[in-house]
Design a protein around this ligand. Structure first.
Ligand SMILES: [Zn+2]
Ligand SMILES: [Zn+2]
Ligand SMILES: [Zn+2]
Ligand SMILES: [Zn+2]
Length: 263
């Protein structure tokens, strides 16, 4: 696991997606197969035994098998979830069942590449994307804290959700369908924020006070929706305060230095 500050989500997505994930991704087939009856002379796709028209269809490989190679296991089909958001379990052969269950929890599905339309179709996924964008900046912040190792270990099961925006495991997508993922992610974000803003002196030390309103509330660089940052001195203000003083983000970029500290 890399703890470097510049390990941003883009780097993570590229690194993981192109190296390990692309490798594993080959294990998942992306063809959405429809049922095909066994043909008269067809043989088992696993062991080549004659099927005598009594083959068992595998919805993962799209082929027919004998009763040794296919024992009527059922599994989620990656292609059906990603393409049709179909979360039913379908009959699969032994080998398909092994592959699907073995890799169900591997974060190897890049939804933006595999099916960007799902974000438009499903409000929940759009909401989770926003949560993950927030989680990514929080995770980067936490990785620079020595006291956060226990916490990072505690959230490790969904750390890939906080390290990237678009990468899911099959299991994650099923959790989205069952409405479990968003609450879990929100809970983890809350726990991380409690560490940063309340429990950890080292993290609190990286907070800023708004010099415009002198409020005792600590502001953090990752609270992107709430703050305006001076590009020159990196001073952080409430966006609302900055706006009241005519110091919006555009002003900062054009007329640096222009903040109370830089002036
Ligand atoms: Zn067979
Ligand atoms: Zn900390
Ligand atoms: Zn303020
Ligand atoms: Zn400044």
């Amino acid at each position: 696991m890399c703890f470097k500050q510049e390990d941003d989500d883009l780097t993570y997505e590229r690194r993981n997606y192109t190296k390990e994930a692309a490798q594993k991704k080959k294990l998942f087939l992306w063809v959405n197969h429809k049922f095909k009856p066994t043909l008269p002379n067809e043989v088992c796709a696993g062991c080549s035994e004659p099927l005598n028209k009594k083959g068992r269809f595998c919805y993962y490989s799209g082929k027919n098998y004998c009763s040794n190679c296919h024992i009527n296991d059922k599994a989620l089909i990656p292609a059906k979830i990603v393409q049709d958001w179909d979360h039913q379990s379908y009959y699969v052969c032994k080998e398909a069942y092994r592959i699907i269950t073995l890799h169900a929890k591997d974060p190897i599905i890049n939804l933006e590449l595999e099916c960007p339309l799902l974000y438009q179709k499903l409000f929940t996924l759009k909401k989770i994307k926003e949560l993950r964008e927030q989680a990514v900046v929080i995770a980067v912040f936490l990785r620079s804290c020595k006291n956060a190792l226990t916490l990072l270990n505690y959230v490790r099961n969904c750390l890939h959700l906080m390290d990237s925006v678009h990468i899911y495991s099959l299991h994650d997508l099923h959790e989205v369908k069952r409405s479990h993922l968003a609450p879990k992610l929100s809970r983890h974000i809350r726990t991380c924020l409690e560490h940063i803003t309340k429990d950890c002196e080292s993290c609190k030390g990286k907070g800023f006070y708004c010099e415009l309103c002198k409020s005792p509330e600590l502001l953090f660089s990752f609270e992107i929706n709430k703050i305006t940052k001076c590009d020159t001195c990196k001073m952080v203000f409430h966006s609302t305060c900055a706006e009241k003083h005519g110091l919006n983000a555009a002003y900062f970029r054009t007329f640096n230095p222009a903040c109370p500290r830089c002036l």
